[in-house]
Design a protein around this ligand. Sequence first.
Ligand code: HEC
Length: 154
Amino acid sequence: MEKIWKYISAFLLIIIMVMVYKFIISGSTLKLSDNRQAILLDSSERIFILDEMNAFIVAIAEINRGLSENNFDQIQKASAAVGEAARTSVEASVLKKLPLEFKAMGFQTHGGFEEISKMAASRVSTSAIQGKLGEVMQNCVACHSGYILPQPAK
Ligand code: HEC
């Protein structure tokens, strides 16, 4: 009898591990031949992420303008728009479809912009902000080389 319970608990443990992998680590993905992964989102979820991306590029353009004009208020405003507050606006339904690594890079990017807004608020040098921006943008490069968001068929 005791043995049966051992088998049952081993079985349950395996199921839990598979579910952790499926729902927490891998997300809703498909491996492509070029080694990137396609994240399968529905249309509105995909647009949500792409809007977030466009907000990043807008922020970078604005930060860059602020840097060239020594305008710290401008840098602060532009980076805060894609900082921590933007991160927490991602819905749970989308989050659970995203691979863990993808989420980590996304969170890191928002966190980086949050840091830039703090740096601008405390008026550190523009070159320090530029350095930080370059560091944050490594996330853009890394994530784009690993993932795409195909348009859903329906
Ligand atoms: C966590 C992953 C990730 C990070 C970090 C990331 N991106 Fe993206 N981005 C993507 C994916 C995936 C796509 C969709 C690519 C595709 O399907 O071809 C995308 C698309 C885009 C697009 C196109 C949007 C559109 O409407 O088609 C822009 C612009 C963009 N990213 C800018 C950025 C910038 C700038 C950064 C850094 C500040 C950044 N991204 C960081 C994953 C990421």
